[in-house]
Ligand binder design. Structure first.
Ligand code: ADP
Length: 272
């Protein structure tokens, strides 16, 4: 029988029918007692895309890792899919910027993509035909068919990045967290993942993308501008103002018909 409730691969009841994928109230994130960004208030509805935008060191990764449950909030509240972060790891996919498995284990690309499916089964679980289908689809989507059997440490940076994006997609999560996914990859691969997250959004999947790229942010439903503090939060056209861009990046620009027009670059505004 059909149900609108989120799927649970373990057949257990899932947490509340919350309409939001992520809700934060007065959330402060950081390391130990050091706050990196304070007082973050956001509501990301299911099926929407949020861009975290800022220059290097502005706090994007710190916030993303907190939402992924890899860092504890310093204060305030954070709800992910209606519960605490990490309560149901199979519902959340996280692609970080650093991939230790690229350097350590002699894994093949396909095995890295398969790892996403163990969130539901545990490391000792067996993958089902449905899991293998999800892996195959993600590999095809990211154009990795020809290199799927190659060891990861023999691939280029861009090929590896596509493997990790495929891993996030193969997870079949309800919330996808992507940290700088556009790094090192060509324009057509960028368009592939961007159009895939838009397709997933139509099915209620939410995605948060940390990015330097203002054009990428403009294509999302919401933007959070960060510069070690919240500069602005809201819809692209409301947030990507000349003043906010100056505070975030040290650039002066205008948002016009879905595009940012750069006007001038200021000095001394810490975009590294
Ligand atoms: P972004 O993703 O926007 O480049 P980060 O969230 O990685 O920024 O970093 C924000 C700030 O947190 C930086 O000042 C950085 O030096 C600091 N930082 C990052 N990782 C750690 C850590 N493990 N311990 C302490 N500070 C850190």
């Amino acid at each position: 029988m059909g149900s609108n409730r989120p799927e649970n691969r373990k057949g257990q009841p899932v947490q509340g029918p919350s309409k939001a994928a992520v809700t934060t109230r007065a959330l402060s994130v950081g390391y130990g007692r050091e706050t990196i960004v304070a007082d973050i208030n956001l509501i990301l509805p299911k099926g929407e895309l949020l861009a975290l935008v800022g220059s290097n060191g502005s706090g994007k990764t710190t916030l993303l890792r907190t939402i992924a449950g890899l860092l504890k909030p310093i204060s305030g509240s954070l709800e992910v899919l209606g519960g605490p972060p990490l309560a149901q790891p199979w519902r959340v996919a996280y692609m970080g910027q650093f991939h230790p498995s690229s350097f350590m284990l002699p894994l093949r690309a396909i095995e890295v993509v398969r790892m996403s499916r163990f969130a539901a089964h545990g490391l000792l679980g067996r993958l089902t035909a449905e899991d293998e289908k999800a892996v195959e689809e993600a590999i095809d989507l990211m154009g990795l068919g020809g290199i799927a059997m190659r060891p990861l440490n023999t691939l280029s940076g861009g090929q590896r990045q596509r493997v990790f994006i495929a891993q996030a997609f193969a997870h079949k999560a309800e919330l996808i967290l992507l940290d700088e996914p556009a790094t090192n990859i060509d324009a057509s691969s960028r368009e592939t993942y961007r159009s895939h997250v838009r397709d997933l959004a139509k099915r209620g999947v939410s995605t948060i993308i940390a990015t330097h790229d203002i054009e990428e942010a403009a294509a999302c439903d919401q933007t959070l501008l960060l510069a070690h503090r919240v500069v602005a939060y809201g819809k692209g056209e409301e947030v990507l103002t000349a003043e906010a861009l100056l505070s975030t990046f040290g650039i002066v620009g205008k948002y016009k018909e879905g595009r940012i027009v750069l006007v001038e670059r200021e000095h001394g505004h810490g975009c590294d």
